[in-house]
Design a protein around this ligand. Structure first.
Ligand SMILES: [Zn+2]
Length: 163
């Protein structure tokens, strides 16, 4: 269910909410073969209102199904985000208000994406293939970068076979 806080309620008290977001609700991009979200996202968030600002703090937990860019094995990567954001209710940067409520779902979606690993590794020291310099960093989420890392891994495999 969407992450919604009622502004009127926040005038009187801090509000804590817990819940789950399904991968479908978040409609995350599926163009990355190395990272998939198949399980629900759990959140525990508390909202405090100070005038025209709302401060949200809490935790967001999820587990990603990843494929290691070096050894190509699949593994699960648990991620916990310590969430702490200010939202303003007035001015140009304000969060949209609908029915006297704010919906944080899209903002949380962005934070989840920002916390995706750039190059998932089954182990920080996964060394089943020789280390490769990371290329094409700007395009790290593009499918080009992904297919490049996979093909790099395969070309390393070929080299090993030749040795
Ligand atoms: Zn690995």
């Amino acid at each position: 269910m969407p992450v919604i806080f009622q502004l009127k309620q926040l005038l009187h008290e801090d509000v804590k909410t817990e819940g789950k977001l399904t991968p479908e609700e978040l409609s995350l991009p599926e163009d990355d073969e190395c990272i998939k979200m198949t399980e629900n996202v759990n959140y525990t968030l508390t909202a405090s209102r100070q005038g025209s600002q709302v401060w949200i703090i809490g935790k967001i937990n999820f587990t990603l199904d990843c494929i290691c860019v070096r050894c190509l094995s699949s593994f699960k990567m648990p991620i916990e985000i310590q969430y702490s954001e200010f939202f303003t209710l007035e001015g140009e940067e304000s969060i949209p208000i609908k029915d006297d409520s704010i919906d944080l779902t899209n903002y949380i979606r962005e934070d989840i994406l920002l916390n995706y690993p750039q190059h998932p590794l089954c182990d920080r020291n996964c060394n089943r293939f020789p280390d490769q310099p990371v290329r094409n960093r700007e395009n790290k989420r593009g499918s080009d970068a992904k297919s490049e890392s996979v093909s790099l891994a395969w070309s390393e495999l070929d080299k090993l076979k030749l040795d």
